[in-house]
Design a protein around this ligand. Structure first.
Ligand code: ZN
Length: 557
């Protein structure tokens, strides 16, 4: 009894002491937004994925998804110009903490916004907005982007670049090359190199020379990737997009998986003592759902789950990493249950749901590629890769729809077979407007039903980034800031557009989309990229450039 009292008392004394010390600490230490916050942030986006897709993946996997236990809330996905968002404004909201307009890549919204959206203040419209990646760089953190699309595609672009349209992929690649991220992995060589197979770089510039000069290693295969241990890297594993997970082993076995890329990215970035920000996108979940293709969806979503598993194990081990897993919107409106099951659903067995999809070992578009337009070959391939002996009516419908879908004939396959042979329903070939589940693990985890831009701000502040201050530091209206200078946009031959600023003493040149300031003989690598906003005619440059130009034009007497 005595012992218990004594122990009870000493415990009380320790608690009092602890509370007192904590109080002293609280009043003497300046509080920052991320005190006890995470050192690292890993954001993983399953593009175009809703809750039914996750449920399907769980049934197929036969065990919980790696992020099931991380469910913390949901995200409202609409953007500034539409109830149903596309990837560019959706990813921009996560990247910058601002809702924006369709097509915009991390630029402030345009004039026309839908009802229910706060009108955009004029000075925010069409202006570059700093991203979490840029904010992390300013803090001295390491940064990386990993995806299975071209790295110039909407979601990765929203973290690496600022353009008025997601379609300006040549410009996005120039910005990505000059952004200074430590690590970029995905597809898209055709926007980096001239003469690359199916190269689309209109200006013929070889951007790999700039990467080499800036100390990057360029790797093109999974084997090369495995040899990397540290350093700055551009891993571009395909001319255009990377292969779907199911198709990879058949068409391009040398491409790494999303899991391999994620593992390597974390290995390299975690060497940096100041922490890191990494965005990983399972890009093709979205395309699978656009194509109404359960095979493509299963392959890529289960691979995404494995990639999250890698990140979660790292976060659990280190304890100082915030891992956020989310989608940007739903695509395809997939349902477990379709017209075939309208009456029979109360008796649906797991086998009825799982078996038809388990038999699918190539995507619909992969089958279509192999068929090369031949109906009889297509019939054989559907049997070979999907285990289905098609009936005449099915084949006729597939051929008819394929003709109608022109650019994406493979979509016909998913649509017809989903309806006739599986329990999977689809409501659209586009995106849908519902909320998407939000998963998080680690210090600073967001929770609740959040607006997309709110999630962006919460993630940024968790790692101590002030996005507003970062925007003010990186993107200053050059003409307004350089009063007394003649400032103009030199369009040159249309390829090397540059901002020029001139007084009687000096002339400065700042090539658009690059982080370069040329001042007489001197060339300075800037901490941010020069962005020209076509809609307003304004050019934005880092405050650092303004300071250097002003100092050079008024030398100390
Ligand atoms: Zn998307």
């Amino acid at each position: 009894m005595k012992t218990m009292v004594r122990n009870g008392f000493s415990r009380f004394a320790i608690i009092v002491l602890f509370v007192f010390v904590a109080y002293l600490h609280g009043i003497t230490m300046p509080c920052s937004a991320n005190e006890n916050g995470p050192k690292n942030l890993i954001l993983m986006i399953a593009d175009g994925c809703g809750s039914e897709q996750y449920t399907l993946a769980r049934w197929l996997k036969g065990s919980p998804l790696s992020f099931d236990s991380m469910l913390v809330g949901a995200v409202k996905t609409f953007n500034a110009s539409s109830v149903v968002t596309d990837s560019a404004p959706a990813a921009s909201a996560y990247a910058t903490g601002h809702r924006t307009s369709d097509k915009f890549i991390s630029m402030g919204p345009g004039e026309n916004t839908i009802n229910g959206i706060q009108p955009t203040p004029p000075d925010m419209r069409h202006r570059p907005l700093a991203t979490i990646l840029e904010g992390a760089k300013l803090k001295g953190m390491a940064t990386g982007v990993v995806c299975t699309s071209r790295i110039t595609h909407a979601t990765p672009a929203a973290f690496l670049a600022h353009t008025a349209s997601r379609d300006l992929e040549d410009d996005i690649m120039v910005q990505a090359v000059h952004q200074g991220a430590d690590l970029v992995m995905g597809g898209g060589l055709r926007h980096l190199l001239p003469g690359e197979k199916k190269s689309v770089r209109a200006d013929g510039e070889d951007l790999s020379l700039i990467l080499a000069r800036n100390g990057y290693r360029i790797v093109k295969t999974g084997t090369e990737l495995e040899t990397l241990k540290s350093g700055k890297v551009f891993g571009l594993f395909s001319s255009s997009h990377m292969e779907a997970e199911l198709d990879r082993t058949v068409f391009e076995p040398e491409q790494p998986t999303l899991e391999q890329m994620t593992e390597k990215a974390i290995e390299i970035l975690s060497r940096h003592t100041a922490g890191f920000f990494l965005m990983v996108e399972g890009s093709q979940v979205d395309w699978a759902c656009h194509a109404n293709d359960p095979a493509h969806l299963a392959g890529d979503l289960i691979m995404f789950d494995r990639a999250v598993g890698v990140a979660l194990r790292f976060a659990e081990k280190t304890g100082d990493t915030l891992l956020v897993v989310v989608s940007d919107h739903n695509t395809g409106g997939m349902t477990i249950g379709n017209r075939r099951t309208s009456v029979t659903y109360p008796r649906m067995t797991p086998e009825e749901l799982i078996e038809p999809i388990r038999k699918m070992t190539l995507t619909a578009s992969g089958i279509w590629r192999k068929a090369q337009g031949s109906r009889s070959r297509l019939e054989g391939l559907i049997e070979q890769y999907w285990g289905i002996k098609t009936e005449k009516a099915e084949m006729e419908r597939i051929m008819e729809l394929a003709e109608a879908y022109k650019k994406y004939p493979g979509t016909a396959l998913g649509e017809v077979i989903s309806a006739s042979r599986t329990a999977i329903g689809w409501s659209t070939q586009g995106h849908t407007g519902g909320d998407v589940p939000l998963f998080a693990f680690g210090p600073g985890s967001p929770r609740g039903l959040l607006d997309a831009q709110q999630l962006g701000n919460l993630m940024a502040s968790a790692i101590g980034i002030d996005l507003k201050a970062s925007t003010e530091r990186l993107f200053v209206d050059a003409e307004a800031a350089l009063a007394g200078f003649k400032v103009w946009l030199d369009k040159g031959d249309g390829r090397n557009i540059a901002l020029r600023a001139k007084t009687k003493d000096i002339e400065a040149e700042l090539p658009v989309n690059r982080n370069i300031l040329k001042l007489g003989e001197k060339t300075v690598a800037l901490e941010g990229i020069v962005i020209h906003a076509e809609a307003t005619g304004k050019t934005y440059i880092p405050k650092q450039a303004i300071d250097i130009i002003k100092a050079a034009s008024s030398p100390m007497q």
